[in-house]
Ligand binder design. Structure first.
Ligand code: NAP
Length: 248
């Protein structure tokens, strides 16, 4: 079981990140909880003893500073968001940039910042929160592309790190009940439509338990990928959608 060292969790102010920080508390680890909303992190620190870090993962200077000033043993790259869910056609270019910056570029730069220390110490675990939409098609091309990039990054990084003791794990959750869709969709009707599933969704604690399972594996075991979804959610099949040609 992981009992010593420093764990950095990004996106710790809500949802999955918050649950991971809570589930790691009481183990004697130094848990750094990072996000932009400092008030939420302060509350989390009061409740769990974690170290709050106000961080915008798109801030490259701050990311580089973390690499220089902290010995991170476990990096949980969880900060992320969805925008333009359901339609790329109307997407604001700023949302395209923000999604790729947050979900892909920041995850890669943070990994790059902590890896030299991990390699020196011959100890480290990178856990990247991806999605089932990295693996299966869905009507969210921008988000799917960002998580698809995370999927390939994990696979290729494992190749680069071969011969080191550093583990790389990709977590692929299906639908989790978090604030994700509140952030993703501005229009209240569309938000309600895409958010409402009528099923028992995964809880953030369910995902945190899977992450801890990977962290707690013996050091010689690297769980490459862990995919989990609600039992009432499945992927696959083809869509048959007739085109309305009545005007042609
Ligand atoms: P959430 O409740 O909205 O949490 C997202 C977290 O990311 C927040 O703590 C937010 O903190 C942080 N974040 C966003 N932009 C950031 C930035 N620029 N800098 C620092 N932190 C930032 O959603 P969640 O569902 O827990 O999402 C966590 C991860 O799971 C994401 O990578 C998401 O893509 C993935 N995921 C979610 C689902 C789902 O159905 N919910 C399914 C599969 C995968 P601040 O706003 O305070 O900065």
């Amino acid at each position: 079981m992981l009992e010593t060292g420093t764990v950095l969790v990004t996106g710790a102010s809500s949802g999955i990140g918050d649950a991971v920080v809570r589930s790691l508390s009481g183990r004697g680890l130094t848990v750094i909880a990072a996000a932009r909303r400092a008030d939420r992190l302060a509350r989390l620190a009061d409740e769990t003893g974690c170290t709050p870090l106000t961080l915008d993962v798109r801030n490259r200077d701050q990311i580089a500073e973390i690499g220089r000033t902290h010995d991170i043993d476990v990096l949980i790259n969880n900060a992320g968001l969805g925008r333009a869910m359901g339609s790329l056609v109307d997407a604001d270019p700023d949302d395209v940039e923000r999604t790729i910056d947050t979900n892909v570029t920041a995850l890669i730069l943070l990994t790059q910042a902590v890896l030299p220390g991990m390699i020196d110490r011959q100890r480290g675990h990178i856990v990247n929160i991806s999605s089932t939409l990295a693996l299966y098609p869905g009507p969210a091309a921008l988000y799917g592309a960002s998580k698809g990039a995370v999927h390939k990054f994990c696979r290729d990084l494992r190749m680069e790190l071969a011969g080191s003791a550093i583990r790389v794990t990709e977590i692929n959750p299906g639908r989790v009940a978090t604030e994700f869709y509140d952030v993703a969709i501005d229009d209240p009707d569309l938000r309600q439509d895409l958010k409402t599933t009528g099923i028992t969704e995964l809880t953030p604690e369910d995902v945190a338990a899977s992450i801890l399972h990977c962290l707690d594996a013996p050091p010689h075991v690297n769980i490459h990928q862990l995919e989990l979804a609600p039992v009432e959610q499945v992927y696959g099949g083809a869509r048959f959608t007739p085109i309305d040609r009545s005007d042609s």
